[in-house]
Design a protein around this ligand. Structure first.
Ligand code: DSN
Length: 426
């Protein structure tokens, strides 16, 4: 990006851009759904592809001047099929969805009629808003039956099957926003197909892990797969739908003209570049490191007596129940932000608190791993999280002077900044 040009033409905006960059450089991003795309991907976002309107599908457009766009979109669709190793004759790809929620909504409106029944994981148990939460159109247009994780925090496939047989939904969704364990997509596919329901896998969080071979794939068990492109894949913000060829004419018209207009071609171009990057040995190594980092971080946190939902992790994220630490999710999020560690507060299964100030925080390793951090750094991070959260409460109890509490937070913030400096962003 030509920041000098922006500085010259719009200094106010340049200040915001540079301040946000500095914020990222100097803070530790542990938001499980965020990541840093390569510079190549970011450069592509400012290409001339930003100009073009190209409603329609490759070679079937409503505008002139789309010959290059046709090539672009076809190339990127092909790369999607290649990275997921799917049979190009059986599966079809749409790279136009603006983001994950519209992608999911297009699928639901494509496969179902309003009023039909969907079965999905409850939001506080790790599901996503777009999977039928009441406040989302997906939850208003359809009848929703939720399944839950058990008290230990794991999916209970027997119970899910029992519920599916009883409720007979037309579609079952698996693939979550806050579930730290592997998902058995084969089992979900069997459960859905035994009752003639569609099986939709939303792999937004784990798409990169699947490509890297560190999480099982939903193919060929799902009928439709959706994912966002900016999480573990390290692409631009966007989404993709992959469905069985026979479902194409139901789903794709719901993307355009159903809920969208012209595709964001600059995003599609950047996605194409990310999909080339994920084919490298380095990317495979990167995904292995994401999981290694999450595992070591979870082990360390357990040593500090943190309660982890499901007792650990198999993927890139950790969900912590803070009840025993005497702080709420919001307090923990704010305390950690004071030392430049960025996490998000999160509901936990069977949460007694409200979503705006729930009992948990969710932390993830993709962004820190992109910066090159490994086991040694994870141990340090766990140490800081413990210092900030556990000590804060005991400091309050012993009424340690505010100035002393502040001094210890300031010290940790300096250390976090020092670590971030050692692992610069591209
Ligand atoms: N908001 C994303 C997350 O944090 O998981 C999902 O859309």
């Amino acid at each position: 990006m030509d920041i000098k040009l922006i500085r010259k033409k719009d200094p106010k905006m340049a200040v915001l851009i540079e301040t946000e960059r500095k914020r990222h450089e100097e803070t530790l991003n542990l938001i499980a759904s965020e990541n840093y795309p390569s510079r190549t991907v970011r450069e592509a976002l400012s290409s001339m592809f930003v100009v073009k309107y190209s409603e329609g599908r490759p070679d079937k457009r409503y505008y002139g001047g789309t010959r290059v766009i046709d090539k672009l979109e076809t190339l990127v669709e092909g790369r999607v099929k290649k990275v997921f190793k799917i049979n190009p004759k059986k599966w079809t790809v749409n790279v136009q969805p603006y983001s994950g929620s519209p992608a999911n909504y297009a699928v639901l409106r494509g496969l179902l009629t309003p009023g039909d029944k969907i079965m999905s994981l409850a939001l506080p148990h790790g599901g996503h808003l777009s999977q039928g939460a009441k406040v989302s159109l997906s939850g208003q247009d359809f009848k929703i039956v939720n399944y839950f994780v058990n008290k230990k925090g794991f999916l209970d496939y027997k119970e899910i099957e029992r519920l599916a047989k009883k409720e007979k939904p037309k579609l079952i969704i698996a693939g979550f926003s806050a579930y730290p364990r592997k998902i058995d997509f084969k089992k979900f596919g069997q459960i859905a197909h035994r009752i003639d329901a569609y099986f939709m896998a939303d792999i937004a969080h784990i798409a990169g892990l699947i490509i890297g071979g560190v999480h099982p794939s939903p193919f060929p068990f799902a009928d439709v797969v959706t994912f966002t492109t900016h999480k573990t894949i390290r692409g631009p913000r966007g989404a993709v739908i992959i469905c069985r060829e026979k479902l194409r004419d139901k789903i794709f018209p719901k993307v355009f003209p159903g809920i969208q207009g012209g595709p964001h071609n600059h995003t599609i171009c950047a996605l194409g570049i990310a999909l080339k990057e994920v084919q490298t040995v380095q990317f495979k190594r990167y995904t292995r490191q994401i999981v290694k980092n999450a595992k070591i971080l979870s082990k360390e946190l357990i040593k500090y007596n943190f309660d982890l939902i499901s007792g650990g992790t198999d993927n890139h994220l950790i969900l912590i129940d803070l009840t025993s630490k005497g702080v709420s999710g919001k307090e923990a999020q704010n305390l950690l932000e004071e030392v430049s560690i960025i996490v998000n507060r999160n509901s936990i299964p069977y949460d007694q608190r409200k979503p705006f100030d729930p009992s948990g925080i969710r932390i993830g390793t993709p962004a820190a791993t992109t910066r090159g951090m490994k086991e040694k750094e994870m141990k340090k991070i766990a140490f800081w999280i413990n210092e900030v959260i556990s000590k804060h409460q005991s400091n309050l109890r012993i009424k340690k002077a505010a100035s002393k509490r502040r001094a210890s937070l300031d010290e940790i913030r300096r250390e976090v900044k020092k670590l971030c400096k050692k692992f610069p962003l591209s």
